[in-house]
Design a binder for this molecule. Structure first.
Ligand SMILES: [Zn+2]
Ligand SMILES: [Zn+2]
Length: 137
């Protein structure tokens, strides 16, 4: 088995948030107003993770909330800041890097930081909402 080449580790932001119900409705309205595909609640990601490269708190978090269908379709991204719920949803084209190698970047076009395959999950995921702690074994 090949051992992957060790490179300088870079991490995604990893900040988490939950999509408020009202924003979930907005997401579905936006998606269904589009290109003829029909989307349901199941298509909406309720629990979001900011997947762009770790960034200063002054920069807005981005979590993919709904993948639009169709060849050239982009993705709906929810945006939020620390200590507040996501209130904005924007449609962004997908980053085209890696597409020809069948290893598409899962970020949006023009995203800051590295492409998704250059980034790892942080060793400790930052929780925006409190998660239940498991007792140590
Ligand atoms: Zn972030
Ligand atoms: Zn990219």
């Amino acid at each position: 088995m090949d051992v992957p080449v060790k490179r300088a580790q870079r991490f995604i932001c990893g900040r988490r948030t939950l999509v408020p119900a009202a924003l979930g409705h907005t997401v579905l309205e936006l998606a269904n107003a589009g290109n003829g595909y029909v989307y349901t609640r199941d298509d909406v990601s309720i629990s979001l993770v900011c997947t762009i490269e770790a960034h200063p708190a002054s920069r807005i978090h981005h979590g993919a909330v709904l993948n639009l269908r169709g060849r050239e379709a982009g993705t709906l991204w929810a945006q939020w800041r620390d200590r507040s719920d996501p209130t904005t949803v924007v449609e962004k084209a997908d980053c085209s890097a890696g597409r020809e190698a069948d290893n598409s970047c899962s970020e949006f076009k023009g995203h800051p930081g590295g492409h998704s395959w250059e980034l790892d999950d942080p060793p400790r995921i930052a929780a925006e909402f409190p998660l239940p702690r498991r007792p140590a074994p």
